[in-house]
Design a protein around this ligand. Sequence first.
Ligand SMILES: C[C@@H](O)[C@H](N)C(=O)O
Ligand SMILES: C[C@@H](O)[C@H](N)C(=O)O
Lengths: 158, 158
Amino acid sequence: EKQVVAGIAYSRDEAKISVRGIPDRPGIAAAIFGPLTAAHVNIDMIVQSTGTDGLTNMTFTVGCVDQARAVAVLEEQQDHIQYAELHTSRDVVKISVVGVGMRSHTGIANTMFRTLAERGINIQVISTSEIKISVLIDAEYTELAMRALHTAYGLDAR
Amino acid sequence: EKQVVAGIAYSRDEAKISVRGIPDRPGIAAAIFGPLTAAHVNIDMIVQSTGTDGLTNMTFTVGCVDQARAVAVLEEQQDHIQYAELHTSRDVVKISVVGVGMRSHTGIANTMFRTLAERGINIQVISTSEIKISVLIDAEYTELAMRALHTAYGLDAR
Ligand SMILES: C[C@@H](O)[C@H](N)C(=O)O
Ligand SMILES: C[C@@H](O)[C@H](N)C(=O)O
């Protein structure tokens, strides 16, 4: 069944910042984004899935120009946020598959994940909305992933 | 500064499914979504942030009608996916704040997180796209959260 995909986009201007081992209780997300807002850091993706044993991880991305400032803000706030580890990397690329009305984007997501798996590309972060699936992968796979995904969704001939 | 928010939406037809302690290596996302696609499960949100020590958690939501089938598919595939724990709950609500052109949605996100924190509401899952911020919270807070967010973004008078 032909999946209806409008296009595939990528962005290299993404610095990934992961805050790990944060308490999963009210107020922690505000303790992270309050200072970042005050420092005028432009956030792109924000991703947090469910935690385990009262702790969770949160990953977000900023434009590369804001990476150092964002990290400095978080390091100042470590006592207030109480994270165990802060990890950051610019070696990532965001790749987004945009569907056309994706209530059931299970099939579109499956094609994306299968295509990346077949080429041995590890998916670091996943975030979806109604019309889009975005992943963060290692930047060195940008061209390989983009070519493979265009083929997988039948976008080559265009 | 007045944040430009187009509206706030919520959906109670969400069953949260968390797969915890999955290996963070190529092919695992495909091992999860391949069988779910074959079982015609309609997925809404998919959220995975960066892992720790080679393991990560993935959370996704399905319409309540698909919850039992999705859980059965995952339980059959436990050896193949190698997750440590599967957790599911219908007691959640998805609340989404839709902005207008949100390159810098840091401020909009901050208002959302602060407003929920002030009322003691824990944020279980976060996922964003360019124009939208979605969170999963406990369903019992639906009315309180919607009212508080409408006030916070100045949408009351409309
Ligand atoms: C956890 C899962 O996303 C894994 N990293 C994969 O690429 O499939
Ligand atoms: C981890 C963080 O999202 C926390 N659960 C909060 O509500 O702020």
